[in-house]
Design a protein. Structure first.
Length: 295
C-alpha cells in the first residue's frame, strides 16, 4: 500500500499534538500482560494491543479491531537500606484498537492506585504503511498524578518504525521521546524477532542514549516464545536497563483464538536508587491477567 499525502495528513495531527507539549521525566510505566511476560521485549515484534506503549507502527500489519482489558497488581519490598516501606499497587488498563483502514489507530486508558495516590494515563497512536513491508507510527500520552516525587502532569510523544524483512523475520526501532526533553528518554531502541516454523519465536531489543555513554544508558531485553499444543504459548524474558537502573525477568502463558486472547503473566524487577525520579532500592513482584477480543 502506497504512503500517500492523504495518509500523512492524517498522521500529522498526532505528531503536532505531541510537539506542542513539553515532556517530563519518566512517565508512568504501563505495559500489557504479554510485555510483562517478555520483560518488555518486543520492539521488533508484530503486536497490536501494545501500540500506545511500545511501537506504534506494528499495528499496521493487522486487519482487525480489538478491545483489551487488563488487571494487574504489584507488591514492592523495600531493601534494608531503603527509606520506604513495602507497598502494593493495583492497575486497570483498557485499550481499543482498529487497523482496518488506511490509517490505523489505538487508544488506551490506565488507572493506577500507587503508594502516593492515583495515577491516570491516556494515550493515542496513529500508524500507516509506507510500502508493502514497512509502517510508520506515532503515539502521544499524558499522565496525571495526585502525589509523589514526579510532576503532576507528564506528556510524551514517541515514534516508531516496523519492517518485515520476511514472514519470519521482523525488525523495529522506536524513539521514546522525539523531543528529547526527558534526559532518561533521550535514546533509541531497536528490536528484532525471528520465528522458526511457527513453534519458537526469539525476541531481542537493544538501545542506548545519544547524549550519554552507552555503558550508563544502555537497555538490553531478550525473550523467547514457545508454542505448546495448538493454541497455547509460553513466554519468558529478561531485561537490564542501566539508564533506568533496573533489571528483571518475566514469564507468562497465553491462549490465542481467532477472536479471543487470554494472557497471564508474572514479573520480577529489581530497582536501584535513581535520585532524579525518586527511585529507591527495592524489589517488585507483579501479576497480570488480560482479555482481548478481536473482530
Amino acid at each position: 500500500m502506497k504512503f500517500t499525502i492523504a495518509m500523512l495528513s492524517r498522521l500529522l495531527p498526532t505528531l503536532l499534538l505531541g510537539l506542542s507539549c513539553a515532556t517530563y521525566l519518566n512517565a508512568s510505566e504501563v505495559s500489557t500482560t504479554r510485555l510483562k511476560a517478555t520483560a518488555g521485549a518486543g520492539v521488533g515484534s508484530l503486536l497490536m494491543d501494545e501500540a500506545t506503549m511500545l511501537n506504534p507502527a506494528a499495528i499496521s500489519f493487522f486487519q482487525v479491531s480489538s478491545i483489551y482489558i487488563q488487571k494487574s497488581g504489584t507488591d514492592f519490598t523495600a531493601d534494608d537500606n531503603s527509606p520506604r516501606s513495602s507497598a502494593s499497587e493495583e492497575n486497570l488498563l483498557f485499550i481499543a484498537s482498529d487497523s482496518k483502514g488506511d490509517v490505523d489507530g489505538s487508544f488506551s486508558y490506565s488507572k493506577q492506585d500507587d503508594r502516593f495516590g492515583k495515577v491516570t494515563r491516556m494515550a493515542a497512536s496513529a500508524s500507516s504503511a509506507i510500502g508493502k513491508k514497512s509502517a510508520l507510527g506515532f503515539s502521544y500520552s499524558t499522565t496525571k498524578r495526585t502525589g509523589g516525587p514526579l510532576p503532576a502532569k507528564l506528556n510524551q510523544i514517541s515514534a516508531g518504525v516496523t519492517h518485515a524483512i520476511s514472514p519470519e523475520f521482523t525488525f523495529g526501532i522506536i524513539v521514546p521521546d522525539v523531543l528529547g526533553d526527558d534526559p532518561l528518554a533521550r535514546r533509541a531502541i531497536a528490536g528484532a524477532q525471528y520465528v522458526y516454523k511457527d513453534f519458537i519465536a526469539l525476541m531481542f531489543d537493544a538501545g542506548a542514549g545519544w547524549e550519554t555513554d552507552a555503558k550508563e544508558s544502555s537497555v538490553v531485553r531478550a525473550a523467547v516464545q514457545l508454542k505448546i499444543f495448538q493454541d497455547f504459548y509460553m513466554r519468558f524474558g529478561a531485561q537490564e536497563d542501566k539508564g533506568l537502573k533496573k533489571k528483571g525477568t518475566g514469564a507468562g502463558l497465553g491462549w490465542v483464538q481467532p477472536r479471543l486472547v487470554i494472557e497471564a503473566a508474572v514479573a520480577s524487577t529489581q530497582y536501584s536508587e535513581l535520585v532524579s525520579i525518586g527511585q529507591v532500592d527495592e524489589k517488585a513482584k507483579e501479576t497480570s491477567f488480560s482479555l482481548s477480543y478481536r473482530f
